[in-house]
Design a protein around this ligand. Structure first.
Ligand code: ST9
Ligand code: ZN
Ligand code: ZN
Length: 340
């Protein structure tokens, strides 16, 4: 039955000898790429993104001025809370839950996370996770969307301002994203992405200060913009700074580093050397919960009320063994905070 169309097509083309079996498709790994026929890679800038990103940052600078001169204290506190919420939507949602499956979540928690995630406006979870899985699988090569070998600027934001390297698509096509295709909330967000980010990233953050404590529209809008630009840059720093500055106690042969300052700002995602070595650990770090890893505390809270479960960790013995084999520090780190 399934080979019918093939027969017909071949007959139409006047071929007499019809094949009885379809030609086996080579496994993706076997599909060799003829590099001599590939066009040389050329950076193609996406000007729309350059303009959007520049305007956003210029407005954010003006917003910082308004914060210091005329915004109400409640609006600033609100902006701070929205920053924390947006980061959690990325760290606990797109990153630890959807990219790595480091824990499982019941639907009320997933709903919270998809809303928080939309408030951060960082591409849909679907796109974010696909890029992030490529980042782990092909770290710091051309298959990594934000390949840090191409410099600080490229891995920070440059990669969002130009077309992707063909290796991202070619190698990325091997990445399994079936779980995302089956996740109805992820698909819902993908379908309604623009509506969701307009509501949660821009409308709600602006309207709340105006209606709740009579902030001016201008101040409310600009504080929302500052918060958005801030969240973007903190998360981008994980790709740029945390592949450059800091220690490598677990694996000195990779670029990812431990960066305490960034962990503080990103609610626990700066322990990046650990994370690249043990990506399935829901803590994305060996130690530290409250000061430098509030995302872990957030997930633990939901585990307590039963909305998060199957939290995956790595046994200390395995961490030590690996650190001793490939890390920069040897033995005796009992009670010591790694990476400081
Ligand atoms: C934003 C995202 O900011 C930031 C992500 C940050 C990631 C941080 C990671 C942190 C690491 C760990 C810590 C986590 C937590 C950190 C917390 C810290 C607080 N695989 O993309 P397209 C294929 S967004 C497989 O259009 P172009 C696919 O077929 C800010 N296939 O490529 C796709 O078609 P479709 C707002 C892939 O045309 C097709 O290629 N957003 C993959 O080169 C085309 O894909 C923006 O400013 C893959 N990985 O354009 C820019 N990728 O999608 C939004 C692609 O239909 N983006 N394919 O399946 C864009 O405008 C464009 O994507 C582009 C590239 C211009 C950048
Ligand atoms: Zn990384
Ligand atoms: Zn990751």
């Amino acid at each position: 039955e399934s080979v019918e169309p093939l027969f017909n097509e071949q007959k139409e083309r006047g071929k007499t000898k019809a094949r009885t079996e379809p030609k086996p498709v080579p496994a993706i790994e076997e599909q060799t790429v003829d590099h001599s026929k590939q066009e040389a890679y050329r950076v193609r800038i996406v000007w729309k993104n350059v303009i959007f990103c520049s305007i956003l940052h210029l407005k954010a600078i003006y917003g910082i001025y308004l914060i210091f001169t005329s915004a109400k204290i409640q609006t600033i506190v609100w902006g701070f809370l929205m920053y924390q919420a947006g980061i959690l939507g990325i760290t606990a949602g797109a990153h630890r839950l959807w990219s790595h499956g480091a824990y499982k979540a019941k639907w009320p928690l997933k709903l919270i996370l998809i809303i928080l995630n939309s408030s951060a406006f960082q591409n849909s979870v679907f796109e974010w996770v696909r890029d992030h899985r490529a980042h782990h699988k092909f770290s710091d090569t051309d298959g990594d969307p934000h390949n840090s070998q191409r410099g600080f600027f490229f891995s920070h934001v440059g990669w969002l301002l130009c077309r992707k390297h063909p290796d991202v698509m070619r190698k990325g096509s091997r990445i399994d994203i079936k779980d995302l295709e089956d996740d109805s909330l992820v698909q819902f967000q993908k379908r309604h992405f623009l509506k969701m980010v307009t509501l949660f990233c821009f409308i709600i953050p602006t309207v709340v200060p105006v209606y709740c404590w009579e902030e001016t529209w201008k101040n409310a809008w600009y504080v929302a913009i500052v918060r958005y630009a801030f969240v973007l840059n903190i998360i981008w720093l994980v790709n740029s700074g945390a592949h450059r500055w800091g220690q490598r106690p677990y694996d000195k042969f990779i670029k990812a580093t431990e960066n305490a300052g960034l962990s503080f700002l990103s609610l626990g995602e700066g322990w990046h050397n650990y994370h690249h070595v043990f990506p399935w650990d829901y803590r994305t770090a060996e130690l530290g919960k409250f000061q430098t890893n509030p995302t872990t505390a957030f997930i633990d809270f939901f585990a307590k009320i039963g909305w998060a479960y199957d939290l995956k960790t790595v046994p200390l013995s395995l961490i030590r063994k690996r650190a001793n084999r490939t890390g920069t520090r040897k033995n005796n780190h009992e009670g010591e905070v790694w990476g400081w």
